[in-house]
Ligand binder design. Structure first.
Ligand code: ADP
Ligand code: MG
Length: 468
C-alpha cells in the first residue's frame, strides 16, 4: 500500500522534496485501514503534517478508501551524533526516556482542539474529553529562574488539585512564554495521578463561543451545568473575556460553584490581574484569591537549555556556536526561539545546506525584525544625514549653518533617546562635542518640536525611520 502511495506522491511533487521527505519514511504496519509509518523525528512529522498532509490524504484514500487513517511513529535518536535508534531498549516505566511516540492523526478530528467538548447533558454520565495535549508536559517544561514560581505552583496544584491555597492558580506572562504549555502540563499531570478526575482544558475564546451558542439555542443552564461537573477547569487566555459581560457573568457562577466544592480552577492571562481591563471587579477579586504566578522572559541559560532540549527531542545535531547565537539574539519569546531553530533545520535540510552562523544570522534577522532593536549611534547619524541629504562628515563638522546644526542636534537627541550611551559618549561620537552640548541639543529639540511645526515633522519622520 505504502509503495503505491509513494508512487503517486512521487509523481506529484518535486523530486528533491520527495527525496528529503518521503524516502526516509518506513512503513511499519497496516491494520484496519490504519497505516503506521515511521518518521525520523518529531520535526519531520510536523513538517509532513504542515506541508504534505493533503497529498498524503489523497494518496491514502485512493489506496484504502475514505476511512483511511495514518499513524505516525516517531523515531528518535539518543544523543547527538549517535544515529542508533533505541526505541525498544528503554523500559517503558522510565517515562521521560521513552523515545518512541505514536501520534494518531486520523484525518477526521485530527486535532483534539477541533472537537467540541461541550456535550449537552441530559444524557447522564457524559464523557468529557479533557482536550489536553500530552506533548505539553512537565518533563519538557524546563525550569529556570523565569518560571520557577509558576512551575512549582503548578506542580503543587497537580499533586493536590483543589487542595492547596493556589485556587485559582493564575499564570500570567507575555506572548510565547509558556502559559499554554504549563496549563496543559498541570492538566496532564493531574490526569496521570488522578485518572478518575474530570479535567477540561479550554481557551477563553472557545468558552465564550460555546456560551453564546448555548444562549442562542436556549440552553444556557445546560451550559452551566456541564461546567459544574468538572473537577479541574483550565481556562487559557482569560484576558479574552474583557468587555464580554455575559460570559464573565456565567463564568462567575461556574467559578463560585467549583470553588465552593473544592474543585481546582487554573487560569492563564497575558496580563496581571491588576492590569486587566474591562473585567468585572467581582471576577477580578476572585482571580486574586489564589496565587498569581508570573512567567517572565527566560534568561540566557534557560534559553540555551530549551533549545538544546528541543534539538535533542527532534534528534537533530547542531553546533554549540549556532545554538548560542540564536539564544543570544532571540530573547523575549520562546515560541520565536523554537521557530528560529525549526526554520534553520528546515532551510538546511531543504537546500542541503550546512547550518552555518551566516544562515542562523539570516533567520534570526527575520525573527527579530519586528521587535525593537538597539540602534547604534553610527546608525542614527547615517539615518539623520541621509534624511537631510548630507553626509556624515558634514553632520559632524564644525559649521554653524542652521540646517546642519539642526541635523546634528537631532542626531544627538535620538542617540540619547534610543541608546544607553552617556551624554559624554554621545558628544564624543558625534563630532567630538562635550556633554553640555549634547544636553543643550536635547533641550533644543524638545523645545523646537513643540513650537515649530516643520521641526516636529522631522522628529516624527526620523522616529519612524529609526524604529523599524
Ligand atoms: P504562551 O501560551 O504563553 O503564548 P506557549 O505555552 O504557547 O506560550 O509556549 C510557546 C512555546 O514555547 C511552546 O512551544 C512551548 O512548548 C515552549 N516553551 C515555553 N516555555 C517552555 C519551557 N519552560 N521549556 C520548554 N519549552 C517551553
Ligand atoms: Mg497561549
Amino acid at each position: 500500500v505504502w509503495d503505491n502511495c509513494l508512487l503517486f506522491i512521487k509523481d506529484n511533487i518535486q523530486p528533491q522534496a520527495y527525496k528529503t521527505w518521503f524516502e526516509p519514511i518506513v512503513a511499519v504496519k497496516l491494520a484496519d485501514k490504519a497505516l503506521s509509518i515511521q518518521v525520523p523525528s518529531k520535526f519531520f512529522y510536523e513538517w509532513l503534517e504542515e506541508h504534505y498532509v493533503k497529498i498524503l490524504k489523497v494518496a491514502l484514500t485512493k489506496e484504502l478508501g475514505a476511512t483511511a487513517k495514518l499513524v505516525y511513529i516517531i523515531r528518535m535518536e539518543n544523543t547527538y551524533g549517535n544515529k542508533q535508534p533505541f526505541t525498544e531498549k528503554i523500559p517503558s516505566s522510565n517515562r521521560s526516556a521513552v523515545k518512541s511516540q505514536a501520534i494518531d492523526v486520523s484525518f477526521k478530528n485530527k486535532s483534539p482542539e477541533l472537537k467540541n467538548p461541550f456535550v449537552i447533558p441530559g444524557i447522564r454520565n457524559v464523557k468529557i474529553e479533557s482536550q489536553l495535549n500530552p506533548n505539553y508536559n512537565f518533563d519538557n517544561f524546563l525550569e529556570g529562574d523565569s518560571n520557577r514560581l509558576a512551575r512549582n505552583a503548578g506542580l503543587a496544584v497537580s499533586a493536590k488539585p483543589g487542595g492547596t491555597s493556589f485556587n485559582p492558580l493564575l499564570i500570567f506572562g507575555g506572548v510565547g512564554l509558556g502559559k499554554t504549555h504549563l496549563a496543559h502540563a498541570i492538566g496532564v499531570d493531574i490526569k496521570d495521578k488522578y485518572p478518575e478526575k474530570t479535567v477540561l482544558y479550554i481557551s477563553a475564546e472557545k468558552f465564550q463561543q460555546q456560551y453564546v451558542e448555548s444562549v442562542r439555542k436556549n440552553n444556557r443552564n445546560d451550559f452551566i451545568h456541564f461546567y459544574q461537573l468538572i473537577d479541574v477547569l483550565i481556562i487559557d487566555d482569560v484576558q479574552f473575556l474583557s468587555g464580554k459581560a455575559g460570559t464573565q457573568d456565567v463564568f462567575f457562577h461556574i467559578f463560585n460553584h467549583l470553588h465552593q466544592n473544592g474543585k481546582q480552577v487554573i487560569l492563564t492571562s497575558d496580563k496581571a490581574p491588576v492590569d486587566m481591563q474591562d473585567i468585572e471587579q467581582r471576577l477580578l477579586s476572585r482571580f486574586k484569591w489564589g496565587l498569581s504566578a508570573e512567567l517572565q522572559t527566560p534568561d540566557f541559560e534557560t534559553r540555551i537549555a530549551i533549545l538544546k532540549n528541543k534539538l535533542y527531542r527532534d534528534g537533530v545535531e547542531m553546533e554549540e556556536d549556532i545554538i548560542n547565537y540564536i539564544a543570544k539574539h532571540i530573547k523575549s519569546n520562546i515560541r520565536e526561539l523554537e521557530g528560529a531553530i525549526i526554520s534553520l533545520i528546515a532551510q538546511s535540510s531543504f537546500n542541503r545546506k550546512e547550518v552555518t552562523i551566516e544562515l542562523a544570522r539570516q533567520i534570526v534577522e527575520k525573527f527579530v525584525k519586528n521587535t525593537k532593536r538597539e540602534v547604534s549611534i553610527d546608525y542614527i547619524q547615517k539615518i539623520v544625514s541621509d534624511y537631510f541629504q548630507m553626509d556624515v562628515d558634514t553632520l559632524q563638522s564644525k559649521t554653524r549653518k542652521r540646517h546642519i546644526v539642526q541635523a546634528r542636534q537631532l542626531a544627538m537627541f535620538f542617540a540619547k533617546k534610543f541608546t544607553k550611551a552617556s551624554l559624554a559618549s554621545i558628544g564624543s561620537q558625534i563630532g567630538k562635542r562635550d556633554h553640555a552640548t549634547v544636553l543643550h541639543a536635547c533641550k533644543t529639540v524638545d523645545n523646537l518640536s513643540t513650537t515649530d511645526k516643520q521641526f516636529r515633522k522631522y522628529v516624527e519622520d526620523l522616529t519612524k525611520k529609526l524604529s523599524v
